[in-house]
Ligand binder design. Structure first.
Ligand SMILES: NC(=O)c1ccc[n+]([C@@H]2O[C@H](COP(=O)([O-])OP(=O)(O)OC[C@H]3O[C@@H](n4cnc5c(N)ncnc54)[C@H](OP(=O)(O)O)[C@@H]3O)[C@@H](O)[C@H]2O)c1
Length: 264
């Protein structure tokens, strides 16, 4: 498989004609749109940017891919939900976003499917992987260095190792899935449980890790988290597992694979 990937500097998905011109130049069989403005705080501060990148550009790319007969995959998020449901969210549950990011991502999904009914939307949540910007991605380095680690409490959700997310996305695309699928790992967690499991795995492997306490704080006490996030947003993966004909590994397995990848 040959992959052509672009940074924002190389390809701004919001530029007019970017989709048409890129499709003509690269002639791909499959386009995966992983571009997004993912900082909830930036989306509140710059709603026009959020709307353009998270909603309008994906619609344009979906339309152009449809015209060119190229499969289009768009990535979605659990933040389109308000977290008030007591069980895991199903792919067809109605969105109820708490933030500008969630609203634009939800509207983006709708626009993508309206523009191209053959498009595939894979919703992810709490992604962690090598080089990632998320707290979970950076957590092993933080646990290795800091004696006391404070993190946001009060939230339960699904999470995904980037390597497993890639596998799910490609498997779904290969099997010609259309519509909305959830692409997270099995089991639900909190940031604290995730951190403690990482700590346990890291200690078991190398013994020496600086962290001796993981402390939960209310979200509004954590710098940089000003915008509300859903308190309970696990994503149900039964439909994905049924379609793929396989079980998706647990988040603990994903965490173990990630730690191995980064040398822990
Ligand atoms: N990470 C998670 O926990 C998580 C959870 C649920 C869903 N998702 C979804 O997964 C997808 C990927 O997220 P991620 O975690 O990889 O986010 P990320 O680390 O913030 O990466 C997003 C990328 O999009 C690029 N970008 C922003 N505006 C662009 C534009 N106009 N044209 C081209 N590229 C642009 C960014 O470039 P710059 O860095 O140069 O700005 C960045 O490389 C998104 O659709 C997101 O909604 C992620």
């Amino acid at each position: 498989m040959e992959v052509t990937a672009f940074t924002r500097q190389e390809l701004d998905i919001t530029q007019s004609d970017a989709a048409r011109e890129t499709l003509a130049k690269v002639k791909p069989e499959l386009v995966i749109n992983a571009a997004s403005v993912t900082s909830l705080e930036t989306c509140e501060e710059n709603p026009a940017l959020s709307r353009k990148v998270n909603c309008e550009a994906p619609e344009e790319w979906a339309k152009e891919c449809g015209r060119a007969g190229v499969r289009f995959v768009h990535l979605g998020t659990d933040y389109i939900f308000d977290g008030k449901k007591s069980s895991a969210y199903l792919p067809n549950d109605p969105p109820s976003p708490l933030s500008r990011y969630g609203r634009d991502k939800a509207e983006g999904e709708k626009k993508v499917l309206r523009a191209n009914p053959h498009a595939l939307i894979v919703r992810l949540a709490w992604v962690f992987g090598h080089g990632g910007k998320t707290f979970m991605s950076k957590l092993p380095a933080i646990l290795a260095e800091k004696e006391v680690v404070e993190l946001a409490g009060g939230r339960t959700g699904s999470c995904t190792y980037a390597g497993e997310a890639a596998r799910i996305i490609l498997d779904l695309a290969e099997k010609k899935a259309e519509g909305i699928y959830h692409g997270v790992q099995s089991g639900t967690t909190t940031w604290k449980d995730f951190a403690e499991e990482a700590l346990r795995m890291m200690r078991a492997k190398h013994g020496k890790v600086a962290c001796r306490e993981v402390r939960e704080l209310p979200q509004d006490k954590i710098a940089g988290l000003k915008v509300p996030r859903p308190a309970h947003s696990p994503l149900d993966i039964k439909a994905t597992e049924k379609f793929l004909g396989r079980k998706i590994p647990s988040w603990e397995e994903g965490l173990g694979a990630y730690l191995k990848e980064i040398g822990w």
